[in-house]
Design a protein around this ligand. Structure first.
Ligand SMILES: Cc1cc2nc3c(=O)[nH]c(=O)nc-3n(C[C@H](O)[C@H](O)[C@H](O)COP(=O)(O)OP(=O)(O)OC[C@H]3O[C@@H](n4cnc5c(N)ncnc54)[C@H](O)[C@@H]3O)c2cc1C
Length: 382
């Protein structure tokens, strides 16, 4: 027998759970989250490095981060479980003069929005962070409000609160059809043939967002790319506290993970795929790159690693809104590696859109329609 719901959310990752919580908090009670796996938040959300930072190229992205940061800082008071936010700061380093000019310009814009970003000349950088060996560095930015939080705890906190407010989270429920009539969405069908009628359906399917969009006849340009992360054994050869430290040109980064060091890198030569295996070649590339600027890590041993999927849009910025061609079909997708830090605000703005409230942030930079005339690109991306 067909069921009826007010809202169906496709995807039980951080973004879907945040939307569910924010909707329920606004009084929308009949919300069902459909997750194809046997467990919620097992996709990209389970593989995140947990980074949270305020430095972005668009004011709207910065406001997204500010909302998320405040929520993570107060997560225990709000949800009864700590998000383990560690304000270790973010340090972005560049060797390219042109990029450095752009970073300084963006730092001015970021400061006007209250982001306490510092610009560091090479001698200041090396004096403050002596573990960095980069003779050709041209500059760096540091923001001490940024840090790292625990995505698993955040997902759990939202899931528990959403359920307490009446949201149903249904597992093993892959959506295979999105039903529509007269230009409106009217519900979904799952793999076991269950039909759920609903006037609002939300695509929060992470790296699978394009496939789910296609079920509604919509082309959402979101492509999965593998990203690998490795963790060393307990390592005392670096200071016990270091910022999330990222070098732009090779897109590699390191941070503390307890007494260990966590490191990652994006490989621009790797094509889009669903591959989430780690392999020796990517490990060797990462280690070689990181050792070139943090030579002390030569003494560390890799203990474990994992890979997951970034869900990448053409300009590395999320795509959020309601389909022009299908009323009632919303999407919050394409977070391009920022989906943990932006999931709180994504949940809030989608809940605002669905309930007819004005979004707290200008959503123009996230509009799907921007790709018709796109000219800008997020520059703070690793
Ligand atoms: C290695 C790595 C490091 C990262 N580091 C950071 C970081 O430091 N900071 C940061 O902000 N972000 C980071 N990210 C990105 C972040 O993890 C993602 O942007 C975020 O988790 C996306 O959440 P999501 O809910 O959209 O996707 P997911 O967690 O993938 O959730 C989507 C869900 O949809 C489900 N689904 C798909 N299709 C269907 C269907 N047809 N029916 C039902 N369910 C379906 C999937 O099973 C999945 O559970 C990182 C990602 C990776 C891989």
């Amino acid at each position: 027998m067909a069921e009826t719901s007010e809202v169906v959310i496709i995807g039980g990752g951080l973004v879907g759970l945040s939307i569910a919580y924010h909707l329920a908090e606004r009084g929308v009670r009949r919300v069902v989250v459909l997750e194809r796996e046997a467990m919620w938040a097992r996709g990209s959300s389970a593989r995140s490095a947990g980074g949270v930072r305020l430095e972005f190229s668009h004011p709207s992205s910065i406001q997204f981060s500010q909302y998320g940061l405040a929520m993570f800082q107060n997560f225990e008071d709000l949800f009864g479980i700590s998000a383990s936010f560690n304000p270790c700061g973010y340090l972005f380093i560049t060797r390219e003069p042109q990029r450095w000019d752009a970073m300084k310009e963006l730092a001015s814009m970021q400061r006007t929005l209250g982001v306490p970003v510092e610009t560091l000349a090479p001698d200041e950088l090396h004096a403050r962070y002596s573990y960095i060996h980069m003779p050709d560095v041209v500059g760096a930015t540091f923001c001490g409000q940024d840090g790292v939080a625990d995505p698993g705890a955040v997902a759990y906190g939202w899931m528990r609160r959403a359920q307490a407010l009446g949201v149903e989270i249904r597992l093993n429920a892959r959506v295979t059809e999105i039903a529509q009539s007269g230009g409106r969405v009217i519900g979904v069908v799952t793999q076991d043939g269950a039909v759920i009628h609903a006037p609002v359906v939300i695509n929060a399917a992470g790296p699978q967002a394009r496939f789910v969009g296609a079920l509604a006849g919509l082309d959402l340009p979101v492509f999965p790319y593998r990203r690998s992360v490795y963790v060393t054994d307990a390592f005392s050869g670096l200071p016990s506290e270091i910022p999330m430290t990222l070098e732009f040109e090779n897109t590699s980064y390191i941070r503390r993970e307890g007494r260990s060091i966590l490191m990652g890198m994006s490989d621009p030569l790797e094509p889009s795929s669903d591959n989430v295996d780690t392999d020796q070649a990517s490990l060797e590339k990462l280690v070689g790159t990181v050792l070139s600027w943090v030579p002390a890590l030569e003494q560390a041993s890799i203990m474990r690693g994992w890979a997951g999927l970034y869900e990448v849009s053409p300009d590395d910025t999320a795509i959020i809104g309601e389909a022009e061609s299908l009323s009632g079909f919303f999407y919050a997708v394409g977070f391009s590696g920022h989906g943990f830090m932006h999931s709180p605000a994504a949940g809030r703005v989608v809940a605002e859109l669905v309930t007819g409230a004005a979004p707290f942030v200008d959503l123009a930079p996230f509009a799907l329609e921007r790709f018709r005339y796109q000219t800008t690109h997020e520059t703070f991306v690793i």
